[in-house]
Design a protein around this ligand. Structure first.
Ligand SMILES: N[C@@H](CCC(=O)N[C@@H](CS)C(=O)NCC(=O)O)C(=O)O
Length: 205
């Protein structure tokens, strides 16, 4: 049995949940982290000494790090369909996954933490402004990239659309004015129509 630990109010857990649904494997998700706690028990620490979610257990094989969980699920249960076997196509997808984790996520995190996780009276407008200034050029880049391809890594949906889609979902859920980005909006609307993309159906904080 495949088990996934983590609360759906976490962007990183949403990636893993979406990937598990997308590959069609039977799995059980156990709420953990945030107000659910449960990260400090000996069992949880043995699974992930970082005290973080998401954590996956596939019949005794334990993994943490959300994008690695997405890669593993796609490679194990949907090779070629979601995890391209051609090396150039695969590393094109890998590149966008790393871009999400190392570039887009740090840029948007400040605005998210302020606008969603911080009470209104304690919010720092400068942090929000800096986060917007860092994020909008990246979304402009992504919008241009999506002008002549249907998905992030070409004309087929791949594992790369999952983390990038979750990040854009979170940004689009923030109460901020945003410039029009027709290609990005077209791609995001297509993602939301996928039956497996239940985590994009509503804003989940
Ligand atoms: N690089 C890790 C980051 C994991 C992470 O930051 N998880 C957060 C939730 S998004 C966490 O576990 N926070 C502690 C908690 O939820 O109690 C990944 O991508 O999986």
């Amino acid at each position: 049995m495949l088990r996934l630990w983590g609360r759906l109010s976490s962007i990183n857990v949403r990636k893993a949940e979406w990937a598990a649904r997308e590959v069609g494997v039977t799995f059980e998700r156990i709420d953990a982290g945030g107000s659910y706690g449960g990260l400090d028990t000996p069992e949880a620490l043995a699974r992930n000494p970082n005290r973080m979610i998401p954590v996956l257990d596939d019949d005794g094989f334990v993994l943490w790090e959300s994008n690695i969980i997405v890669r593993y699920l796609c490679a194990r249960y949907a090779p070629e369909r979601l995890y391209p076997l051609d090396l150039k196509r695969r590393f094109d997808a890998e590149r966008w996954m790393d871009w999400q984790q190392t570039t887009l996520n740090p840029a948007g995190r400040g605005a998210f933490m302020q606008l969603i996780r911080t009470p209104a009276e304690r919010r720092d407008a400068a942090v929000i402004g800096a986060s917007r200034a860092a994020t909008e050029p990246l979304l402009e880049l992504l919008d241009r990239h999506l002008a002549d391809r249907r998905y992030v890594a070409g004309d087929d949906f791949t594992m790369a659309d999952i983390p990038v889609g979750c990040e854009v979902h979170r940004w689009f859920g923030l109460p901020l004015a945003r410039p029009e980005r027709p290609n990005l909006e077209r791609w995001y609307a297509e993602l939301r129509e996928r039956p497996a993309a239940t985590v994009l159906a509503v804003a989940l904080w």
